[in-house]
Write a protein that binds this ligand. Structure first.
Ligand SMILES: [Zn+2]
Ligand SMILES: [Zn+2]
Length: 173
């Protein structure tokens, strides 16, 4: 699947064209910092992890790339797999439980267009029970739904697919 990298630069590529030096005017997630009042739990050069202001579960964190290189999962390609795996690994190291749910909303269901991964520690609130529906498909992919786990993202991209609402199991779909 390496050929896909020709069409898009990976999230982590410092040469990837950035909007406003990696920050997009008007994007709330481009302003995430302790100084701006966000409950930041972890940060490094590429990732920031902070608490969602409207938790849909006992604990609800968001993992975002520091730089606004990708708006939604629609734009991801196979070149982004290592970055997605690092986002998931960071989430799992912060909240290691087996019942912790990780995933991304799929447009038009994503409210903020700055790539962000939800980390949900049950029990869920009433809204939380309906907003993050995981539906497993063939080959580790998904069926029709507006939420996708990092492992589904990786398997769909590995199979040459793109992330959308529809079921995608790579080229066959
Ligand atoms: Zn942003
Ligand atoms: Zn979301």
């Amino acid at each position: 699947m390496k050929f896909l990298s020709c069409f898009r630069r990976p999230l982590e590529d410092p040469e990837r064209p950035l909007l406003n030096d990696g920050y997009q005017a008007g994007c709330v997630f481009c302003t995430v910092s302790k100084d701006n009042g966000f409950a930041v739990e972890y940060e490094d050069e590429e990732l920031i992890v902070f608490r969602d202001r409207w938790p849909r579960a006992l604990e609800h964190l968001l993992v975002i790339p520091r730089r606004h290189t990708v708006s939604t999962v629609h734009e991801l390609t196979a070149a982004d797999i290592p970055f997605i795996e690092r986002m998931a690994a960071r989430a799992r190291s912060l909240r290691p439980g087996n019942d912790v749910k990780l995933g991304f909303h799929i447009p038009p269901m994503s409210s903020v267009h700055h790539l962000h991964m939800h980390v949900l520690v049950p029990p869920f609130t009433l809204l939380g029970k309906v907003q993050y529906p995981v539906r497993m498909g063939e080959d580790g992919g998904k069926k029709w739904t507006w939420f996708v786990t990092p492992s589904q993202v990786v398997s769909i991209l590995e199979n040459g697919g793109t992330i959308g609402l529809k079921a995608r199991a790579g080229k066959k779909a």
